[in-house]
Write a protein that binds this ligand. Sequence first.
Ligand code: GLC
Length: 651
Amino acid sequence: MKTCKTNLINDSFPPAPEGITRYTSGQPIATDAAVCCIAAESINDFPYEHCFEDGRFVFSFPLEKDEIVYGLGEAPRGINKRGWLYRSFCSDDPFHTEDKQALYAAHNFLLHKGSGIFIDFPGEIRWDIGYTHADEAVITLFGTDFDIFLIGGGTPSDVVRRFRALIGPSYLPPFWALGYIQSRWSYHNAEAVKSVIRGYDEAQIPLDGICLDIDYMEHFKNFTIDREAFPDFKDFVSEVKEQGIHLIPIIDAGVKKEEGYGIYEEGRDKGYFCKNEDGSDFEAGVWPGLVGFPDFLRPEVREWFGEQYRFLTDAGIDGFWNDMNEPSIFYSKTGLEKAMEKAVRMRGRDLDLSRFFELKDAFVNLGNNPEDYADIFHEIGGRPVNHLKVHNLYGASMTRAAGEFFEKEFGKEKILLFSRASCIGAHRFGGIWFGDNHSWWSHILLCLKMLPSANMCGFLFCGADLGGFNGNTTPDLLLRFLALGVFTPLMRNHSALGTRDQECYRFDNPSDFRDIIQVRYRLIPYLYRTLHRAAEEGGMMFRPLSFDYPSDPVARECETQLMLGEECMIAPVYEQNASGRTVYLPEEMCFIKLSGERITEKRILSPGLHYVRVALNEVPLFLKKGKSIPLCRPAMRTALLDTATTEILSW
Ligand code: GLC
């Protein structure tokens, strides 16, 4: 029996909380996900049925008829993960449909029958949660070097708290980051940014941040500014800061391959990019064309990359989003060459069914191709390690590079940071957003369902692209999305290139949007406190109803409502042309509707089902008996917010 986890940052960590057992197989790659010392038991003693098969580890456990399986953080489908097949493999997939198995994250935590399973393994995992056989979960790790932590029983909340003590405290953002943030791909220049500020100010809709998407850079090169678009960037940053607005630039994982571009040359000369098997730099195409991918798994590369953010923090920037870090690959140099050769070979030929699709697929499958991932090599402890063994650590390590730099330079809670790809461990360094969703009504619920799952895994600062990223939104969809976003720590409206304008002031009746976003500002002191409490206590800001009402059969199955903090329940309207929704109350609660500075309805409802009407400019919530929520006066910026309580919701 080893006395301490060898792959931890050091041995001075506190012991793990009681009730956690660690089983080790082989020589696990350091993920630094856990921050406690804990003895390693042999995998032979692992209590679930298990076996090693073709370089994989497979374990299974029976599922009882009414048992709920929680977990997997940012993932497709429901809060209860039963009945589907999931995959831990960070994936850039912009179609978040029900048939998908993976999104951008790999959050390897499962909770069933009052105990938790955390698989500390950065390679691919397949989770068959009652998919092949309804009464059985079968979990397959594509590798044999791993740690599995079993987190012992109690209530689901107890298990989560214990697990969170194992993985360390969650990232917390600065106060202003709880304000409303507007984003778009892209606000191309300073004038475009100013006009967004003007638009919000004229419509009297609060705003705290504006995201700068890839076009603020010169030819999509990280840590550069397009000087034509933003001639005096530093002055511009302080000019908008004086108006209380924070600019939040995007940083992509890949570094453009270009002679004369200092960061690329330095990365290349120092050997900091991921390699091919022969030791040459792995090159692939992303937004800027060919890029090198910094090998964020190496501490010295993280330090180097983290330092690059100084270029922007020196200009007064205090918020960032890290993107394309699964890593997303449009094509690899070799993959594209092969496809081109195929096209040349087939040129002028009569293509039958199979040939035509062979040609088409050669190009369609260029992006995020498993063969390309298999070609990438990292360096760990001076030795080459194939990317497939560590895929899920890549984006998380980019977040860590930035997060560690920010903490060292500025201290905790000073810089806003959220990332697209993540795995457990990254929750200590930054928040996440749920990636490229669509302007679909179903994506309101997808966001809602991911909130408690992400919270379990330590990701408290999170949220979805409100209004939907891909496709065209409609004002009613945006309003209903925002009415959920009022409660999510990250409240950001973002949309894709070529889609309809999605800033709130662009639509008819901007006062409806003001009414919703003002409610957010009234709630900020409460939300900030709730977020902090969840971080301090290893708790969840959002919980499934079944956590709080485990013996209520209806509450147990509820996937359209959530408990928020200790005080209330939320239930957004999620269908078009609906003037309200059906809501289930597990106990007597006070139904409250907030709109701007008004409380438009306050009514005690008995336990059971109710149809409640909610106008487009109202935010509904359900307050528990004996609980209270403080409200402050809204303001146009968090910097202008007087957080003193002006009204208390209670009954
Ligand atoms: C990715 C991001 C999206 C961003 C776009 C352009 O798709 O997920 O948020 O707008 O890249 O940078």
